[in-house]
Design a protein around this ligand. Sequence first.
Ligand code: PLP
Length: 424
Amino acid sequence: MKRPAPPYVVRPPTAVLTRGFDPRLSVGSARPAVFRSSTYVFTSPESAARAFDIALGKARPARDESVDLIYSRLTHPNADILEDQIVPLEKGAAAAAVFNSGMAAISTMFLTLCAPGQHIVHTTPLYGGTQHLIHTILEPFGMKATAVRAGDGAALDAAIAGTKNLRVVMIETPANPTLVMTDIARAVEAARRHPDAPLVVVDNTFLGPTFQHPLALGADLALYSATKYLAGNSDMLAGVALARDPDLVTALRGTRAVLGNILQPDECWMLASRLPTVTLRMNRQSKNAQRIAEALTRHPAVERVIYPSLFGDAEQARIRDAQCDYPGAVISLELRGGRAAAFSFLRSLRIVRDAVSLGGVESLACHPRTTTHSELSDEELDHAGVGESLVRLSVGIEDWRDLLADVREALDTIAAEPRPVGRP
Ligand SMILES: Cc1ncc(COP(=O)(O)O)c(C=O)c1O
């Protein structure tokens, strides 16, 4: 007798390979096929009307109802498969929506949740693109934003309590590129005390889905640049939003259908094929990074190694221990010698490449102040601690000894360079 398909609960590494996909719908293909159609043939005019009613939120699908597909801007089979498969990777998630970049996920979230006149409280620094979105699109539309320095729990509590008409508390933790951590559970508590019941949204790109679980800590939404660890090969752009409340995801999908920023079928297929290995890759990357970070602390060219396992601040260490399983694979280095030393370091690397982005299997390095965060004003950069001498390393899956040798040699080069008199 044929054994039933797994209705029983399996663990995430099994779920990601067994749910969301029925080979019978793909001529028996053992792995998902790509469905590139822009439009779908209805089973009947009545089914078409029903599918539109459900898509527009006028009706809810019955349990196990098979609803006709409509048009790929709304959803398509590869998005459905990917969204089903990614849910078990995020502790506490009930539903997911996929977008054609991390910025698409973030902007769709703000445009869904906030209206003109309403307020956002956010940590700073945020990824430069997110901060740019707030200043150049959301604020001119009439939304208001208050920035709070990452890691300052008391200031975040006060900003949440003191802000009227508050809709979103947006936290990026660890912050890009300073790795300062913000206490998610504390922000959730502060949001719950607020009469407007603002939603807590966490950009989980740096440590999720493997090492940090914002929904399990009470946050409402976890957002990703899936371009980074989830895709893991620096060969595609994607974004994901995951929530405990499926209705929140339905609302995001509604905005996505209007904006037309759903992830395309080929990209969904690629990203789905990367999900089963994300935990393997992140574990290896984090181990590599920890070995490298801890070996660099006493190098004469380095003022400070910024890495979670090396946090000196007691409150930062407490937050790390409370909400992160492992330190992750981004290291920031404050070098001696300002911008000149940072640029010289980047020029001297031979294995690690000078490029923005992170989370890929290959190691990359960049100078955030003049690249990823160049949209921020000098005041914002100084306030957030993104200095001239800061370089960000994204550690890949190469042999850590080769990476350490490469980084050490580049540091040796700048340590040997003469510095202008009077400059640190
Ligand atoms: C923390 C963080 N959030 C969001 C984004 C934006 O993602 P994407 O480039 O996929 O639009 C980035 C990109 O670097 C990021 O680092």
